[in-house]
Design a protein. Sequence first.
Lengths: 270, 309
Amino acid sequence: MKRRSIITLESVGAAMVAVLVIVAIFAPWLAPHDPTIVVAPTFGDPGAPSLAFPMGTDELGRDVLSRIIFGARISLTVGVAAMIVTMTIGVAIGLAAGFFGGAVDFLLMRFTDVMLSLPALLLAMALVAVLGPSLLTILISLGLVSWTQIARVVRAETLTMSSRDFVVGAMALGAPPRRLIAHHIFPNVLPIIVVMAALGTSGTLLLDAALSFLGLGVPPPTPSWGRMIEEATIYFRTAPWLATFPGLAIFYAVLSFNLLGYGFLRRRSQ
Amino acid sequence: MLTYLVRRIVFGAAVLVGTSLITFLIAFVVPADPAIAMAGAKADPQTLASIRLELGLDQPLYVQYARYVDRAVRGDLGRSYIRRENVTRLIADRLPATAILAASAMALSLVLGVAMGAIAAAYRGRAADNLLLVISLAMVSLPVFWLGTMLLIAAAATLRSFPLGGYSGATSLVLPTITLALGSAGYYSRVLHTSLCDAFDQDYVRTARGKGLSPARVMLRHAMANALLPLVTVAGLDLAGLLSGAVLTETVFNWPGIGRLAAEAVFNLDIPVIMGTVLFSAFLIVVINLLVDLLYAYLDPRIRLAESA
């Protein structure tokens, strides 16, 4: 049989996510400077990376490295919280459609089809713009546009589980639907939910970064990676490092969750 | 086949009714008064009243919705609050730029994705397979707007006369095309890899191998024919998305397409344009999905037989 090395996609992904979480939690101790105050002497002009400021300083003289470290907090919080909103909607709809079947399934899945045919980013932008950018509206908007894929996967898994002997047996013993879902189906659907949660986080991280880039993210002065790139675009000729490093941070975060989710997915199908 | 076709069309129409309801609802959660948005904050009450009458805002909600659908079916998506132009006209004007970008991005991502997926599948389980897997995951993890900005920086630093934005001939197409194509290519390569590996385990591929055909011939003539089907669905949906405007790429490169039109509409809360572009996008997705389903049924007899049984 195939030999399995210790270095798998999911272990690398998990390690990368762990680093991200540690950076976010210990940001005040890890960051060399306060991300919101002027520390460089080059006020009004971005400062190039140097020994004192490894990732340079921005046009207001703030340390880019410190801003990226603190940005991990807001990006990770929004990404994970939006993923939880997404999963809540998607899992509820998928479980209900798969378990009850019939008209419930038909209506919920047609609604899912409608949502799938709407442009996610544009819809999220419109929702945030209309409701006004705040942490809550961003979470709701991201959740409302991202749940469809999860609902479909959870529905399919629930359908398979519902026809298994242990569920049919519990049903024959007179277990009520709530008990059937909570004790028999949900625990068995959970593995795929975890996989989808990891992949979903990479999706919400990207969407949130895109919203921030378009100026529809969490309002300033909170340093968010997407907003840092947006603010850096006018300096792309003179100070390319301003856009480079925050983008690498987003890329790292999204990739780590993708490795984790895809690794689990591949292990399940083997 | 006819029942299949009719069922698909009815289904697509139902989805469109649903999307029209949702776009209509978006317009209704907007706190701003459309009449004020059109006439400006300083407009006198009489002007506002006449605009409300003209827009039918005094009518009950279901009458307004019926009017909206009635007009949309005839191709009238209302008038922009800001630009004072017909939304259908605005979208039509932007369509060529978006379509050119969509076509070139689709071509590049398909070529790249199919090549990567086929090579990875050919070396299944070996180092090249794993390397291509990680590369494709990295490609789908790239933030599009950042990739675009990085390409701009690289082009500005190395090339003296390279278009850094806007729409001016073939060279201006290069950077936005790469920006749009990389993510899709990574995704396509995974889709193709999965379906190719499935095909490799099927009896007909085993037979082809058993006959002593070369690996290349087995891959291209036998396995690929079936394995390309899932890719058709995915790429079809992508094409619909691209044709309705790539918001981020068009914003980064100042591309005069539908995506930028939509982004600007969001910033100005130009509701008719937002509703129009969302509805147009949904319409494309439904139509292309329908075409893909038909193509599928045509290419794979198993589907139309199963559906009509």
